[in-house]
Design a protein around this ligand. Structure first.
Ligand code: 6PG
Length: 238
């Protein structure tokens, strides 16, 4: 694992750094493998990044979009990560519809939808039951409680070592989430962290020692490249 930590002035600089990194990684992936497979984070931080992608020039025909986690709501619900990314970006660029792979939330049973998502991932990556999909880049945020994706503190999802997608639990509300082992197989993982509210969680996430049950972001130790794109407010305790 190669860890890159960048502290920049403010939120706008975090977004600008993330935009450059993702677009560069995409160009390289497409040149090397003919496709760029990206998993999106939800929440509020990445929305500005997605809006900037909408105004960017890229080889969209070779991008494949996935989501690293999803609230268990219909995809037209205000809380839907899919809805946010489509409105901010995907509805405004020519990525072929069949190359956009939302996490399904229609079956009323999150475990059934997690299994459907897992089958979709294996099909999209053309991998068998024994192999793991390898994303080119996975975007992640950091909650002020130290969660990432929908891997929340002291929940069963943190211990999942064989599934690709599992059911997360935010205060009793189900979520679909990539598992830590799936995230850790990505070539590049990028955390976007902005704002003073994240100071304590970030300090715990980056400390030499710590409890990943308390701070699930500590589970993210990819074999490839790990980027922490931080603004000064978030990084004040480092
Ligand atoms: C979600 C995200 C979640 C998010 C963090 C940080 O579905 O909400 O995937 O893990 O990244 O909660 O959220 P903010 O970026 O909004 O602070």
């Amino acid at each position: 694992m190669s860890v890159h930590q960048s502290v920049v002035a403010d939120f706008a600089a975090v977004v600008a750094a993330a935009r450059s990194l993702v677009l560069e990684t995409a160009s390289q992936a497409i040149a090397e493998r003919g496709t760029f497979r990206l998993a999106l984070s939800g929440g509020s931080t990445p929305k500005a990044l997605y809006e900037q992608f909408a105004d960017s020039a890229a080889d969209w025909a070779h991008w494949q979009i996935f989501w690293g986690d999803e609230r268990y709501v219909p995809n037209d619900h205000p809380d839907s990560n899919e809805r946010m990314a489509r409105q901010a970006w995907l509805n405004r660029v020519p990525i072929p519809a069949e190359q956009i792979h939302p996490l399904p939330t229609q079956s009323a049973d999150p475990w059934q939808d997690a299994a459907i998502a897992e089958a979709d991932l294996r099909r999209a990556f053309q991998v068998s039951e024994e192999d793991w999909p390898v994303f080119d880049l996975i975007l992640l945020g950091l909650g002020d409680d130290g969660h990432t994706a929908s891997l929340f503190p002291r929940t069963a999802a943190l211990d999942e070592q064989t599934r690709l997608v599992t059911v997360g639990d935010r205060d009793g509300q189900p979520r679909l989430t990539f598992t830590a082992p799936l995230i850790n197989r990505a070539r590049t993982v990028v955390f976007l962290v902005s704002g003073a509210a994240k100071q304590e969680a970030l300090q715990r996430a980056l400390a030499a020692e710590g409890d990943s049950q308390q701070t699930p972001a500590r589970l993210i130790q990819p074999a490839g490249q790990l980027y922490w794109l931080l603004d000064r407010d978030a990084a004040a305790l480092l």
